[in-house]
Design a protein around this ligand. Sequence first.
Ligand code: ZN
Length: 279
Amino acid sequence: MQREAADLDARLRHQPRANSDGSGWVGVDRGLSAFLVAATSDGAEVTRVSDPPKPLVGGMRKQRRLAMSVTRKLKGSNNRRKAAAQLGRHHARVANIRRHFLHEITTGLVKIHDRLVLEDLNTAGMLRNRRLARAISDAGWAEFARMITYKQGWRSGTVVLADRWFPSSRICSRCGIRTTELTLADRIFACGCGHRLDRDRNAAVNLAAWGEQYHRDFSRLGSPKHEPRSSMSADGKALAYTPVWVKPIRMKRKPTLSYESRTSEKDGASLPHRMGSTL
Ligand SMILES: [Zn+2]
């Protein structure tokens, strides 16, 4: 991580944009048929990552099997200890594969695009289903958002979370009309205006457009004032609109106060022993 940060000299950072420049927004949607789909507001798909790699899916299956095998062994037995150790090793391996997968995607995205709009995690959670691959992507999405935020921070780029009530997958990216007919099974978004588009791509385009609109309001008013296209929940109640600017994290973290005091206490406590042994 440190090495990666050190590599990022000024040449690798994104060019600063003028406030009046509202372009360059890319929406990143957590797809239903892919891990993610990224697109610009004019409808161009820039990235598509299909489902998590096979070794990860296979690894999750084995992980479940090993976990079962631990619970079947007698508590306190040698066999149980061995099975637990095997599960632990396998768990570490699966975590490594997942991390590698996420690092590759996030680095690729922040290298090219300086303005990203992500779906709010809570909205993303609504799409959850029981498929194993989906479970993997559920676990991966929070980590994905975390990685993309700090990496974009290194490159002086921007990450914005769309309003959690913004129905990115239900809006037509051409005419802006919201449909209620879309089900989870529909892979193609079809609107009454004749617009037909891959469902995930349509959502990513909407997120990019959201970023543009948000930027316009932010640069004009100093704070975002625009209402999202729908500020109503399913039961018709008006909802508070709380967009989040994700600040880039600091590259070097100072130790917290509690950490410092704990170490000094420990040093203080161990000092007499050390003195005693050297004397
Ligand atoms: Zn339409």
